[in-house]
Design a protein around this ligand. Structure first.
Ligand code: ZN
Length: 192
């Protein structure tokens, strides 16, 4: 949960808007409101540069909380970092476009695959990876037992040694989110 600030839209230019509150002007992105059309004069909640929710003018102009959309903001930030990585790979390999992006997500990474898929098109818009397919592979949690030294898979909510059931284990996989594979099309290759 975090703080979102209510502002009034004073101008709209595509996916960007100018907002105003208490005499302060801000440029914000309307990307998160794609399913919710807004117009000049509407009030919206702003969170880290994104309008995240339309609110009625009658609602008290107090900072609100955004428990639901904030979690997707987290995934959006992750996607933006991911896209930067993908763009680097694309540039290094003289890619004309990116066909697919595969990421592995561990259950303990704190990244929701569904939210990641939702946020991906927003982060990829206007980049070489714009129409790339995002493939999210969930990897299992693996632990190493401190008692019997065995390595085994474990449930994310039950970190026990699969061999002796001891809870003195170290997580060796499942906390990461990694860019695994970038499938690209280069200029020399014909389009299939
Ligand atoms: Zn063990």
């Amino acid at each position: 949960m975090c703080l979102a600030v209510p502002m009034k839209i004073t101008g709209i230019d595509g996916f960007n808007a100018t907002c105003e509150a208490k005499g302060i002007q801000r440029e914000v992105s309307l990307f998160m409101l794609q399913g919710e059309p807004v117009a000049i004069g509407d009030h919206v909640l702003i969170h880290v540069g994104y309008a995240i929710q339309k609110i009625s003018a009658e609602e008290p102009a107090l900072p609100g909380t955004c428990s639901t959309k904030c979690s997707s903001m987290h995934e959006l930030a992750i996607c933006q970092a991911l896209i930067e990585q993908v763009q680097r790979v694309a540039r290094d390999n003289a890619a004309r476009r990116v066909i697919s992006v595969t990421v592995s997500v561990g259950p303990l990474s704190g990244v929701e695959a569904k939210l990641l898929e939702h946020a991906y098109p927003l982060a990829a818009a206007g980049t070489v990876a714009e129409h790339a397919q995002l493939v999210v592979v969930t990897v299992p949690v693996r632990v190493r037992c401190r008692t019997c030294k065995a390595e085994s898979e474990a449930a994310a909510n039950r970190l026990l040694c699969g061999s002796c059931n001891d809870w003195h284990v170290d997580v060796i996989a499942g906390e990461e989110m990694l860019l695994q594979r970038v499938e690209i099309e280069t200029a020399d290759e014909p389009v299939h």
